[in-house]
Design a protein around this ligand. Structure first.
Ligand code: GLU
Length: 500
């Protein structure tokens, strides 16, 4: 057993968490960070907690939370406490904890560690514009930090809405000008306070910001180790200042390297499918996805299973070494994941493979939905496959003769397909929303309904004749439909560059 136990080996009650925000399809990054937290907890007989950070109501997507539960369970990452399983530190959904954040914000106001800010969004925007014009970093200028007690009373009496901001030191007797914290993978990191904004803790609608809710919850839920993605490093000094303002112990921080596209940019849906739902619906096995994510960052010793790079979740718990994680961003290489998935498919017995095909390719509920679309469209049952092949294949490649409308150039057609992609990404996956969004786009760009829907039909189905398009897309699913449009555009770009 090569597991590193670092400082934690002697400690009891290790508690870690993931804190996804339900803002859309669950992201591969959530599974990656979930996996690391899961391993960390299981190696140390600790607890793995799932907390839903849903305080940003502008980005809230109602179906997202259930998709997070489903996709993490699909991967085998079970949590000990969470909104659906309960636990002694609940509620585990931040929108149900607003009174707690308000209470804590009041504590900071009382102790002078925070202050009320009455600046209006327009005033803040004007300051921001001036700062940008002067090539200064946009920053709250501290106007309301300097209010006299009389001004404060006046504002309060007039019922003016306000936010609560942290008074970043120097403040009162605290003259510190920088904050240093330890990142377990990187060592000490220092941020000068003149680079740390007086962040908003409580918004004028009474909802907390990420920073306040995250710190209060990590403290109240007794989180010992915050294992999260690297992109949160710049928030950490704000969090450390908050822990100090409350007088609380600071957890250990582990910032994990970000997953990257092949070109080393931060992983994005422009270059890779990032939705876990996509991987599930495209016939990846959870064992392969978990194995693949476990390869990211170098925490698994290379010699395991003779260097095959293939291992189970239990083997990861047994062997993973956190201190070996390299901070250079690991590349999310889809070709490798596909290869690995093929390896896992071949590990199945013929019967298991058959059952996987029956369940995952020809599942009852999927077939039932497709049958509904086909009953009025065929004369013999044998024709069922003729119009439905695209539901069961991974790649459809419509030729130019099929997808290019008669009166359009290739260039404008591809530009319109790109607009369709953006429109679909932003749309709810219901018939009415899709129809309205696509029609609105067509009107804006003066594409007729016929041209508009025909182009999309050929991209999704590979053919000019198909069951009804929007119904088909709903059955096929958002993640896979979007992927199909993206792959179409990529393939066309490749073709164009070959011709140059
Ligand atoms: N809600 C944040 C997210 O969506 C949590 C970040 C953290 O772990 O502190 O990733």
């Amino acid at each position: 057993m090569t597991t590193d136990m670092t400082t934690a080996s002697t400690e009891k009650n290790i508690r870690v968490r993931i804190a996804p925000s339900p803002t859309g399809d669950p992201h591969v990054g959530t599974a990656y960070i979930g996996l690391l937290n899961y391993i960390y907890a299981r190696q140390r007989s600790g607890k793995f907690i799932l907390r839903i950070e849903d305080t940003d109501r502008t980005r809230f997507v109602p179906t997202s939370e259930q998709m997070i539960f489903d996709s993490l369970r699909w991967l085998g990452l079970s949590w000990d406490e969470g909104p659906d399983v309960g636990g002694p530190f609940g509620p585990y959904r931040q929108s149900e904890r607003t009174a707690i954040y308000k209470q804590h914000s009041d504590l900071l106001l009382e102790s002078g560690k925070a202050y009320r800010c009455f600046c209006t969004p327009e005033e803040l925007e004007a300051v921001r514009k001036q700062q940008i014009a002067a090539k200064l970093p946009p920053r709250y200028p501290g106007t309301c930090r300097r209010l006299t007690p009389e001004q404060l009373q006046q504002h309060l009496a007039s019922g003016k809405p306000y936010t609560v901001r942290l008074a970043v030191p120097p403040n009162g007797a605290d003259l510190t000008s920088s904050t240093t914290f330890r990142d377990e993978l990187r060592g000490e990191i220092t941020f000068e306070h003149n680079n740390v904004d007086d962040q908003v803790l409580l918004k004028s609608d009474g909802f907390p910001t990420y920073h306040l809710a995250n710190v209060v919850d990590d403290h109240l839920m007794e989180i010992t180790d915050v294992i999260r993605a690297e992109e949160w490093i710049s928030s950490t000094p704000k969090h450390v200042l908050l822990y100090k303002a409350f007088g609380w112990d600071i957890p250990r921080f582990w910032h994990m390297p970000l997953l990257r596209n092949l070109d080393k940019s931060k992983i994005s849906k422009r270059k890779n499918p990032v939705s876990l739902i996509y991987y599930r619906d495209s016939g990846y096995l959870p064992e392969a996805v978990i194995n693949f994510l476990g390869l990211m960052g170098g925490g698994m010793p290379a010699e395991i299973n003779d260097g095959t790079e293939q291992f189970t979740l239990a083997e990861m718990v047994e062997n993973f070494v956190f201190n070996n994680i390299r901070v250079g961003g690991p590349v999310f290489d889809l070709t490798k994941l596909k290869w690995l998935n093929g390896e896992y498919l071949r590990k199945l017995t013929p019967e298991e493979f058959f059952l996987a095909v029956r369940e995952r390719v020809f599942g009852d509920s999927y077939l039932r939905q497709i049958s509904t679309l086909m009953q009025t469209r065929i004369e013999t049952l044998a024709q069922f496959g003729d119009l439905t092949g695209f539901f069961f294949s991974d790649n459809v490649v419509p030729s130019q003769e099929i997808f290019l409308p008669k009166k359009r150039t290739l260039e404008e057609t591809l530009a319109f397909a790109q607009d369709q992609l953006v429109t679909l990404e932003a749309s709810d996956w219901t018939h009415d929303s899709l129809e309205q969004a696509l029609k609105k786009l067509g009107e804006e760009k003066t594409w007729s309904v016929k041209e508009n829907f025909m182009l999309l039909r050929t991209i999704i189905t590979g053919s000019a004749t198909s069951p009804p398009l929007l119904e088909s897309m709903i059955v096929f699913g958002k993640a896979r439909s979007l992927d199909r449009v993206r792959r179409f555009l990529d393939a066309q770009k490749k073709l164009a560059s070959q011709k140059k």
